[in-house]
Design a protein around this ligand. Structure first.
Ligand code: SAM
Ligand code: SF4
Length: 447
């Protein structure tokens, strides 16, 4: 019996890449195990988008040194965005690692794993779909990024943009449905550029339409969108296609045009406001998520306040906030001074976090008493957990015994917070003695 262990940190693309690698290994007879100590092949799928993530990867890599005992019979592989075209410095620093695999270049590792089992394989011919996927699963549809925002390491690590053929994605969706998947999230660093590099004249709207036609799929998400590439055609597809949910993730990064220029983000903030207005016109009630970087090179207090102003004006449902950290080799690293003091970066991050907590509280509060549709993903500490079409996390209790994973359920919202909603099944009341205590369900009309 051969085993593999995989540890993943970072974005949804890394999660999807790990699932694909795991699928290949399982087809070669490997079983997934929960600890590195029990594995024959240990894989770390890394993220270095920010310093904090890189620190965690380094700590995890260091913790694996002890695995290489006297027999040295465990194979350790590092993949993800820590691995670029040059790996000599990584080899020097982490001499206990056997393979350094660039994202999307898994062939060498899979061939090694096959050889270890006495098998031959052609990775290009393998269907890289998890045998037991989550009911909500990611599908990468466009790899890489040609954008080169000055702060970002991703284009150096994930290479040029490359869209997967539409029929391949549709086929993968059908296969996932056969394995119990109900919702797919189509992934790309700039997902709204899908198709521009393929022969023929089609785009993300066409892909959404094709996936919408797959029998058995109930919901379709996509991320991350670039403000410049979010066309009216795509917005119309979101509005018109019943399975495409009302949720968009469109990072604006900074509210100041000067900072956007230094970041090499090709839009002015007024154009971003226009986009938000179009999105809300095409898709009434659309939920909006965004990414923001505070403390980018040279960001003055006035420039930071313009970011605060955008958050106040748009009132996003979710904001992913990052304090800028220099990434070695990026344009900003080479050409612009990282001169905002760490304390100021942290203070600005805290300000944005507190502001967003207040805004998300206000945005979620009107949902109190509403009935929402929840796709149930898992049970956590006795409560079912799932998401609405607008990507709100919902917890609820069900006195019945049925397994609800994969079901679309109606839930009445009884409590809201900035981060999640809590509800009950229709026909059940909701009581709680203390706000933080466990919830007790009582059938309406008495216990
Ligand atoms: N492609 C997406 C886009 O255009 O915004 C996002 C992908 S990027 C990997 C995810 C997020 O990480 C970015 O939106 C940005 O906010 C953040 N990020 C990237 N580089 C960063 C850096 N050097 N410091 C802090 N945050 C960074
Ligand atoms: Fe990074 Fe910019 Fe590409 Fe997003 S669009 S991955 S932030 S370079």
């Amino acid at each position: 019996m051969s085993n593999y262990y995989i540890w993943t940190i970072g974005c949804q693309m890394n999660v999807a890449d790990s699932q694909r690698l795991g699928s290949a290994l399982e087809q070669l007879g490997y079983d997934r195990v929960a600890t590195a100590e029990d594995a024959d092949i240990v894989i770390l799928n890394s993220c270095v988008v920010r310093q904090g993530a890189e620190d965690k990867v380094v700590a995890r890599l260091d913790s694996l040194k002890g695995l290489k005992g006297a027999t040295n019979d465990v194979t350790i592989a590092l993949t993800g965005c820590m691995v670029g075209p040059q790996v000599e410095h990584l080899k020097d620093r982490f001499s206990h690692v056997d393979f350094f695999i660039r994202p999307q270049e898994i062939t060498a590792l899979v061939e090694f794993a096959a050889d270890r089992q006495g098998l031959a394989c052609d990775v290009d011919q393998m269907l890289l779909v998890a045998s037991r996927p989550q009911v909500s699963t990611f599908i990468p549809v466009i790899q890489g990024c040609d954008e080169f925002c000055t702060y970002c390491i991703v284009p150096y690590r994930r290479g040029r943009e490359s869209s997967r053929p539409l029929n391949e994605i549709v086929g993968e969706t059908e296969e996932l449905v056969d394995r119990g998947v109900v919702e797919v999230t189509l992934l790309g660093q700039i997902v709204d550029k899908y198709g521009h590099d393929l022969p023929g004249d089609f785009d993300l709207a066409d892909l959404l339409s094709a996936v919408n036609d797959v029998q058995g799929i109930e919901r379709i998400r996509f991320l991350t969108s670039h403000p410049r590439d979010m066309s009216d055609r795509i917005l119309r597809a979101v509005a018109d296609l019943p399975k495409v949910v009302e949720h968009l993730n469109v990072p604006f990064q900074s509210g100041d045009d000067g900072v956007l220029e230094r970041m090499r983000r090709p839009y002015a903030i007024t154009e971003y406001f226009d986009l938000i207005e179009r999105a809300r016109t095409y898709v009434p009630g659309v939920a909006l998520a965004t990414d923001v970087i505070v403390g980018f090179c040279g960001e003055t207090e006035e420039e930071f306040q313009r970011t605060v102003g955008v958050l106040e004006r748009v009132r996003f449902d979710t904001v992913h906030i990052a304090a800028y950290s220099t990434r070695s080799g990026t344009i900003a690293d080479r050409k612009i001074a990282d001169d905002v003091p760490p304390g100021v970066k942290l203070e600005r991050k805290n300000i944005v976090e507190s502001l967003q907590e207040r805004i998300a509280t206000e945005v979620n509060m009107p949902l109190l008493g509403n009935r929402v549709e929840v796709l149930v993903e898992r049970k956590v500490r006795g409560r079912w957990e799932g998401r609405t079409r607008t990507n709100k996390l919902v917890h609820f209790e069900d006195p019945g015994e049925a397994d609800r994973v994969g079901s679309l359920m109606e839930v009445d919202i009884a409590r809201t917070s900035p981060w999640s909603l809590t509800g009950t099944l229709p026909g059940y009341g909701y009581t709680e003695s203390e706000p933080t205590e466990a919830i007790t369900l009582v059938p309406v009309g008495g216990p």
